[in-house]
Write a protein that binds this ligand. Structure first.
Ligand code: PLP
Length: 378
């Protein structure tokens, strides 16, 4: 099946008993058992729930993994994945990783004994130099957030395999429609499903998908033991959102291309970060490993005043955290996604006070452009 068909018909049978084309929501925390000797497929909903299982199978199928698991948030998926490691272990992490992941690693997991070294993951030598005997994994995001840097996943995987360590990729920005890291040899994909996968800004959720069954079973054990599972009603909303993933991504992306072309010509815009721009340093690598640039871009404005005017004035894009919804969202990384990062660290990573990130929604791009034009070059 091609991707669009898989989104609609990837799960069979949908409801063998009644033929409903939408999954039932099983609002049951426990499942009655018939035999004292062998329990049924479900016993307690933290361990498994049919609605959640439908969603987990869907995401595993789309990412081409053996096991998919749904969590209460993207950060819960990441935190649960990090529980694969032990105190004393070490990770190499891309330096402009999502701010919440940075906070998780530098506070909770650091206190617990898991060390992380942050590197510019566009530089393979920097990744290689950071690997130590106790390193257990590379943790990557490509495109990264908010500077849209591109990491060469195949090279990273080769390096990881050479050292016998895992490669974990946060695939939130691309979704499996545009990029499938497991097919490139990565071991685990994590997602903030809150973003494009659900797509409607009405659910907080996350996923971890393992390429092989053994690793998947270890993650499944953690999911049950740690317990940060996604509730069945939210699972149903994400199942519904997933059905339109392809059409949404195509539209987000087509509009993003148009807006990028316009932004690139504005004199108040100093720089545009988007992997669809041929002068993006990661353009060729991105095109090798993904089938499109996606719907998120960042840009730097000439002054703080213009930045403030734009963020506070624009009507058609919500000035908000998050991305990947049907509505456009303008974010201010310095005070939003990367607020958890100390200002010096942020500055060192190039996340300036004049940097804005735009998640392009499904509005007409001409309307978005006209709205933003009111605040640029005035
Ligand atoms: C790339 C990325 N990964 C992970 C997360 C965390 O996901 P959640 O907010 O669903 O916990 C986010 C949230 O913004 C994100 O942008």
């Amino acid at each position: 099946m091609k991707f669009a068909t898989e989104l609609i018909h990837g799960l069979d049978p949908i409801d063998a008993q009644h033929g409903s084309v939408s999954h039932p929501i099983y609002l049951s925390s426990t499942f009655a058992q018939r035999s004292i000797d062998s329990f049924g497929r479900y016993d307690y909903a933290r361990s498994g729930n049919p609605t959640r299982e439908a969603l987990e199978e869907a995401i595993a199928g789309l990412e081409k993994g053996a096991v998919g698991l749904a969590f209460a948030s993207g950060i819960a998926a990441t935190a649960s994945t990090l529980l694969l490691f032990r105190p004393g272990d070490h990770l190499v992490v891309c330096e402009d990783v999502y701010g919440g992941t940075f906070r998780l690693l530098t506070t909770l997991f650091k206190g617990w004994g898991l060390e992380a070294t942050f590197v510019d993951a566009t530089d393979n030598d920097a990744i290689a130099a950071a690997i130590r005997p106790e390193t257990r994994a590379l943790y990557l995001e490509t495109p990264s957030n908010p500077l849209i840097k591109i990491t060469d996943l195949s090279t990273a995987v080769a390096l990881a395999k050479e050292h016998g360590i895992l490669t974990i990729v946060d695939n939130t920005f691309m979704t499996p429609y545009l990029q499938r890291p497991l097919e490139l040899g990565c071991d685990i994909v994590v997602h903030s499903g809150t973003k494009f996968l659900n797509g409607h800004s009405d659910v907080i959720c996350g996923f971890a998908v393992a390429k092989d069954a053994e690793l998947g079973q270890r993650l499944r054990f953690i999911q049950n033991a740690f317990g940060a599972v996604l509730g069945p009603q939210d699972c149903w909303l994400v199942l519904r959102g997933l059905k339109t993933l392809k059409v949404r991504m195509e539209e987000h992306q087509a509009s993003a291309r148009k807006i990028v072309a316009w932004l690139s010509e504005q004199k108040e815009v100093q720089r545009v970060y988007y992997p669809g721009l041929p002068d993006h340093p990661g353009y060729d690598i991105h095109n090798r490993q993904a089938s499109g640039p996606g719907g998120v871009l960042s840009f730097e404005l000439a002054s703080y005043d213009t930045t403030k005017r734009l963020l506070e004035g624009v009507k058609l894009a919500a000035f908000a955290v998050s991305l990947g919804g049907v509505e456009s969202i303008l974010s201010y990384p310095a005070k939003m996604s990367h607020a958890a990062m100390p200002p010096a660290e942020r500055e060192a990573r190039g996340i300036k006070d004049t940097l804005v990130r735009l998640s392009v929604g499904l509005e007409d791009p001409d309307d978005l452009i006209a709205d933003m034009a009111r605040f640029l070059n005035v």
